[in-house]
Design a binder for this molecule. Structure first.
Ligand SMILES: N[C@@H](CCC(=O)N[C@@H](CS)C(=O)NCC(=O)O)C(=O)O
Length: 206
């Protein structure tokens, strides 16, 4: 059975839980990180020396780094579905996974920390505004891409939609004013209907 370590309030853990659900995998999730601790124990550090969540153990194969985990599960259990077999389609899905981590998340992350994890008197409004401006620019790029396709890698849902879906879900739940990105909104509304997304969508922001 697949084991997943990490609290469900983490968007990075949500990616893995959503992916496992899409693939119909039998799995056990163990709360770790945040108020659950565990990440500084020697046993956990032996699995992930960074002391971060998520981590998986799939029949003795241990892996950390959320997008790498999504890729691994898709490749191993989802060839032809989450893992496109056409190489250009797979490269497209891959590209949007990298973009989520290196372009989109650096804007959403600071906005989340300031608005959700920082008390009002300690909030830095300049950080929030910069994060908002950067994220709106990035969502404009995604919006233009989704104007001509149903999902990030084309006409079918793939692994590429999962990390972005978690990031956009988080962005839409943040208490701040947002610009309209109709194609992103249409795509996100479709993702919300998926059974695999239920735990992510149903999660409050904390
Ligand atoms: N790049 C890593 C980032 C992992 C990460 O930063 N995880 C956060 C939660 S989103 C964490 O472990 N925070 C410490 C904690 O929850 O105790 C990944 O995508 O897996």
């Amino acid at each position: 059975m697949l084991k997943i370590w990490g609290r469900l309030t983490s968007a990075n853990v949500q990616k893995v839980v959503w992916c496992a659900d899409e693939l119909g995998l039998d799995c056990e999730r163990i709360d770790a990180g945040g108020q659950y601790g565990l990440v500084n124990t020697p046993a956990y550090r032996a699995m992930n020396p960074n002391g971060l969540i998520p981590v998986i153990d799939d029949g003795g194969f241990v892996l950390w780094e959320s997008n790498a985990i999504v890729r691994y599960l898709a490749a191993r259990y989802g060839a032809g579905s989450l893992w496109p077999t056409e190489i250009p389609v797979r490269a497209d899905a891959d590209r949007w996974m990298d973009w989520q981590a290196v372009s989109l998340n650096p804007g959403i992350g600071p906005a989340f920390i300031q608005l959700i994890r920082t008390t009002p008197e300690k909030r830095d409004l300049g950080v929030i505004e910069n994060a908002r401006i950067e994220t709106e620019k990035k969502l404009g790029v995604l919006n233009a891409h989704l104007a001509t396709r149903d999902y990030v890698a084309g006409s079918r849902f793939t692994m590429g939609d999962i990390p972005l879906g978690c990031s956009v879900d988080r962005w839409f739940k943040l208490p701040l004013s947002r610009e309209s990105h109709p194609h992103v909104e249409r795509w996100y509304a479709g993702l919300r209907e998926r059974k695999g997304a239920a735990q992510v969508v149903g999660m409050g922001i904390a």
